[in-house]
Ligand binder design. Structure first.
Ligand SMILES: Cc1cc2nc3c(=O)[nH]c(=O)nc-3n(C[C@H](O)[C@H](O)[C@H](O)COP(=O)(O)O)c2cc1C
Length: 146
């Protein structure tokens, strides 16, 4: 059964681009082997990640990710079975839109901090689906291609 899981977290230390590249390389190499796809968003010290694949594989991976000391305050926003994958063309896509864009795409006013936006998503999982579509559409426009 296919499963999609979204979580948010906070980087433990200041995240240099080289650290982020390290995480993405590791994720992409390993996810390819286990047929996991998804998206990683990093804005203002906060991560939002979508993981999708076989239910057991995704849940096991999430356990590992939860133990990773490079981030903390890990909050699962939504975990559900899905009929098809959203990010099937990506091992792990990466994008870093502005906090303003993230707020607007989440149906919130653009003065919210990323932390506020992500915590409000937890109360409105439907909005996550909409946000994911926007994030995916925006990847080609993303200023930061990693
Ligand atoms: C924000 C963040 C996202 C991550 N995403 C993934 C991922 O998608 N896939 C993955 O295999 N590891 C990911 N990792 C790394 C895992 O936490 C962990 O280090 C890795 O799976 C270790 O695997 P190993 O113990 O088998 O070497 C991520 C780490 C962080 C901090």
């Amino acid at each position: 059964m296919l499963y999609q899981l979204d979580y948010s977290s906070k980087a433990t230390n200041e995240m240099m681009l080289s650290h982020l590249i390290g995480i993405l390389r590791q994720a992409r190499t390993k996810n390819k082997l286990s047929d996991v796809t998804g998206l990683l968003v990093f804005i203002d010290g906060m991560f939002l990640q979508v993981l999708e694949g076989e239910e057991g594989t995704v849940k096991d991976l999430m356990k590992k990710i939860t133990e990773d000391t490079r981030h903390q305050d890990i909050k699962v926003i939504r975990g559900s079975n899905v009929e098809k994958l959203t990010f099937s063309n990506w091992e792990i896509a990466y994008t870093s839109p502005s906090a303003k864009k993230l707020a607007i795409w989440s149906g919130l006013d653009d003065t919210r901090t990323v932390e506020e936006i992500l915590s409000s998503l937890k109360n409105d999982p439907e909005m996550v689906t909409e946000l994911m579509v926007r994030l995916l559409e925006d990847i080609p426009n993303s200023e930061q291609h990693v």
